[in-house]
Design a protein around this ligand. Structure first.
Ligand code: OGA
Ligand code: NI
Length: 339
């Protein structure tokens, strides 16, 4: 018999002595050395700087070399950043039944709570995380399905989404300028359907056996992430490096869609999440997605020659979902050379 969601949530039972067998990864997929260097190599960019050319240069270089950077002085009020993190921590700490109810108001299931991955029923090994996700916009359509516990959820998360959306335009404009494709490039359908996703990784009795999230690259233009503790690692030149938590900073990473649009100038970096035995970790990801019908293709100015096929975002997403954890397989489908 199918177990109820509220009993499956990792946060319902994590306080155990050992990692259940269904969460133990085969040796080649385990995190290995857990204390990877927390890297100062991943650039921290000051968006408050008045030297715009320098900012563009830093962001572009980071997007080429790492596919990752962090931003500080980003203009999102710190109190709102802290309040939003608190609201999600409170949400994930709610009684399991409440979470299950709050996360299942949407009959079409775009607002939802799940555990491990959306593919729970078919995955070989589960991941040590719970997830609450819902579309960011338009508010009029989706807000009715958002949680109402904690009581300030809708008010705080709406304000946060408005601010982070504005920040996303600032960052994308800088990236567009760095690519030389015109600052309006990302204004239309390409950024129309953002999604919010809050990951929660409870403490794990043996972090060497489990994973919060397997190695993957995001199906986004960029992802803007708020993290409250370390655990995020980036795969760079065959090694894992940790993304250092910088108070109130956002971590920005390039996803497949911007890799395609930039014709591989910017790299969608592979990353994963490891767990720890001390503290629960909560993150808030803002996924910048195009609308389903948007055409994604290398920008004309950068095609010499184009490396990727053009396709509707929904087609990309369908391919991505069937191959999510296998970058090679995803690249094969989107690349021109192998079609
Ligand atoms: C993701 C992701 C990182 C984190 O949700 O795609 O990579 O630290 N999250 O939670
Ligand atoms: Ni990711």
């Amino acid at each position: 018999m199918e177990t109820l969601l509220d009993q499956k949530l990792v946060s319902s039972w994590f306080d155990v002595q050992s990692v259940p067998q269904t969460y133990v990864h085969p040796p080649e997929k385990r995190p290995g050395k857990l204390n990877v260097p927390l890297c100062n190599n991943i650039p921290v960019v000051d968006l408050g700087s008045h030297d715009r050319r320098d900012t563009i240069h830093r962001i572009s270089k980071a997007s080429e070399e790492f596919g990752f950077f962090q931003v500080i002085n980003h203009g999102v009020p710190i109190k709102l950043v802290d309040d939003t993190m608190s609201v999600f921590k409170e949400f994930h700490a709610l009684p399991q039944k409440d979470k299950a109810i709050e996360g299942s108001k949407d009959p079409s299931r775009s607002c939802k709570l799940y555990t491990s991955s959306e593919n729970y029923a078919n995955e070989e090994v589960h991941y040590w995380r719970d997830v609450l996700t819902h579309p960011g916009h338009p508010f009029e359509h989706y807000m009715q399905f958002w949680p109402e516990k904690p009581t300030r959820y809708r008010e705080v998360v709406k304000a946060y989404l408005e601010e982070v959306r504005n920040l996303s335009y600032v960052i994308l404009e800088l990236l567009a300028e760095g690519l030389g494709i015109g600052t309006e490039f990302f204004c239309g359908g390409l950024t129309e359907s953002p999604v919010l996703l809050s990951n929660h990784y409870p403490p794990c009795p043996d972090p060497s056996l489990a994973l919060g999230l397997t190695k993957h690259c995001d199906p986004t233009l960029i992802t803007i992430l708020l993290q409250d503790a370390d655990g995020l690692q980036v795969f760079k030149d065959g090694n894992w490096i940790g993304v250092e938590p910088v108070p109130s900073a956002f971590v920005v990473n390039i996803g497949y869609v911007l890799q395609m649009i930039s014709n591989s100038k910017f790299k969608g970096a592979e990353h994963r999440v490891v767990t720890n035995s001390r503290v629960a970790r909560t993150t808030i990801a803002y996924f910048i997605h195009p609308s389903n019908e948007s055409l994604i293709a290398p920008a004309k100015a950068l095609c010499n020659p184009p490396l990727y096929r053009s396709m509707k975002f929904k087609e990309f997403l369908r391919n991505f979902k069937s191959k999510a954890a296998n970058a090679e397989a995803v690249l094969k489908v989107i690349s021109l050379s192998s079609s």
